[in-house]
Structure formats: C-alpha cells, structure tokens
Design a protein around this ligand. Sequence first.
Ligand code: ADP
Ligand code: MG
Length: 347
Amino acid sequence: MTGSGTVRPFFRPLFAVILIALAGALFFRSLPREAPIERRGFMMGTAVSIRALADEETLEAAFGLLHSLDETLSAHLETSEIGRVNAEAGSPTRLSPQTASLLAEALAWAERTDGAFDPTLRPLTRLWSGDGQNHRPPTEEAVARGLGDIGWKRVRLDGDSLLLEAAMGLDLGGIAKGHAADETARLLRERHVASALIDLGGNIVVIGGRPDGGPWRIGIQDPRKPRGECLGVVEVRDLSVVSSGNYERFFEWEGRRYGHIVDPATGCPADSDLSGVTVLSERSLDGDALATALFVMGREKASALAGELEKEGFAFILAGDDGTLYASPSLEGVFRLESKEYRLEER
Ligand code: ADP
Ligand code: MG
C-alpha cells in the first residue's frame, strides 16, 4: 500500500482542481445564457435569421432543419419532393407524411379562403417568376393555358396518396416559410430555448419575450416606403407575426410592377387594394397562408374573413393602398401606429 501513497500527495490537488473546473463548467453551462446569439442565411428564396438565447450547436441544428425543409418543399428544385411530385403529375404517387399533412393544411386554407390561397399555382408561378429568372410578363395565351392547369379542388389527396392531373403542379411557397418557422420554433423549444426570434423573410415567430424579459418588438414594414421604414410596431410573446405584400418580391417591366403573389382568378399578379397584410396567430403556417390569401382577396373580402377569424383568435393589420389602416380590436395595447400617413379605421 506504500506505492500509491507516494503518488497521492502529488495527484490529489490536481484531481481536486480538475474536478472543481469540471463542476464549474457544468454549472455555468446549465445557467441560462445572458446574451443571445444570432445567425443569418439565405434560404427559401429569402433572408433568414434566428436570434436566440441558445448555444451555437442549437442554432446549427435549426439551420440544418431549415435547409432540409427548403430542399423538400421548394417547387423550383427538381430534386425536391415537390419537384418530384410535379414531374410525376398524371400518375398516382406518395408523399412523405409531413408533406402530405402540409398539403392537407394548404387545401383546408384554399377552401376557407374560397380559393384565394391555392397550392396548385405552379403552372402560373412558373410563368410569372421563372424561378426568379423572368424579367418580362408572359403572354395572355400562356396565362390562359396556365389557368386551365390549376385548381385546388382537382387535387386528389387521400392520406399520403396523391394524384395530380397531368400538367398540374404544386407550389407550397405561400405556406412553406410559415411551416418552417413553426418547425424551427418546435426544435428550439425542445431544446429548452426560452427566448428567440425566428425571421424567415417576414415570417416571424417569437419564443417567449426578449432576453431582458420585455416583449419582442416587431416593426411592421410600411408597404409604401423603402425597406426598414415601419408604419408601426407590435409587442408580442410566443406568437407568429407574418406580413405579406407585393413590396418584397417583384419585377418591373415597362414601368409596371409585377408582384409574386398571383390571383388564381385572373392568373396574374394580384392587383390588390391592400398594400400590406399582417397576421398574428399561434401557428405561422396559418399566418402565412392567410397573409397571402387576404392580400389576394382585397380589402372588402379580407375584412369580412378577418372578422370571422378574429373569433378564432387571429388578429390582423390591413393596410389599404389609400392610407387607411385596420387593426383587430384584440391588438389594443399590442399594436402601436407610428406613421402619420395612415388613418386607423373601423371595419
Ligand atoms: P410573402 O412574400 O408576402 O411572404 P409568400 O411567400 O407567403 O408571400 O407567398 C408567395 C409565394 O407563394 C409565391 O412565391 C408563390 O410561390 C406562392 N403563391 C403565389 N400566389 C399564391 C396564392 N394565391 N396562393 C398560394 N400560393 C401562392
Ligand atoms: Mg404566405
């Protein structure tokens, strides 16, 4: 027993130091982080950012999830699941359970919005955007042909089995970012993130409040002003805030602006008397579909549907192109109008 006795006096303090250092490291890791970290990228055709009280590994996982959702849901990637399904139009095919349930949600919103939201617009969105390559509008004949190949009621979805008529095609671009924001929030919550702001090109989901404890403050872009100029602010916790309008993505041809939201009734970019729509909701998927749909519907129809949906907990900010602004009654104390160029109106 003497051999170990000669070693001990030297190792004991060293062990003690190592143990204390380890315990200390574990203790500090388990403490809530004080400073948020932020990561930015470009995905789903838009700028994305996540700010969170989290570690690098968690944000890495969140960006990995976003990347894989983009690669699954993108309509203009031939290798995506949607790309494959569109190529197989005309014959029965199967969807992954996640994509099948997302399509079912999209079809439900199509029904609820009387087709203003339509996940089958690929034949038209391909014409109008050319996946971002087009810089001039398509011909009337091409639009008429495209109109013949759309229609959410023609989709046969039974569980995971899908049948699209030949020449039809899915475009889930109007709901994918919302879904991706929800999934990202779920991942962060599973990893016990208590404070985060997920921004997928204007599809925002916040978890908890700001790191300092106050609510998140989200500026609502003034649709008639350069990017960054807000018409007002909402203060929220644990909520989705989605804004839509033709101010973000469009192309110009011979002095006219062509937005990327298509009116399924005309086959052309929506010519709306709303300039911007913001939806506050639990799920970003719903907010995303609705923001697109209400924009297409225009002020009168959008107001009527908003009135119904307010009873289900949704809230809206509708900016008219004439400077009128509607904000849901539940936004009292949540939304603050800051621009002097808008008049708040009752519905
Ligand atoms: P925003 O840029 O305002 O967030 P979204 O990205 O939510 O708009 O929706 C626009 C995208 O949705 C388009 O790029 C297209 O892929 C698809 N889309 C266009 N019009 C419609 C529509 N009426 N219904 C459903 N999806 C649409
Ligand atoms: Mg949308």
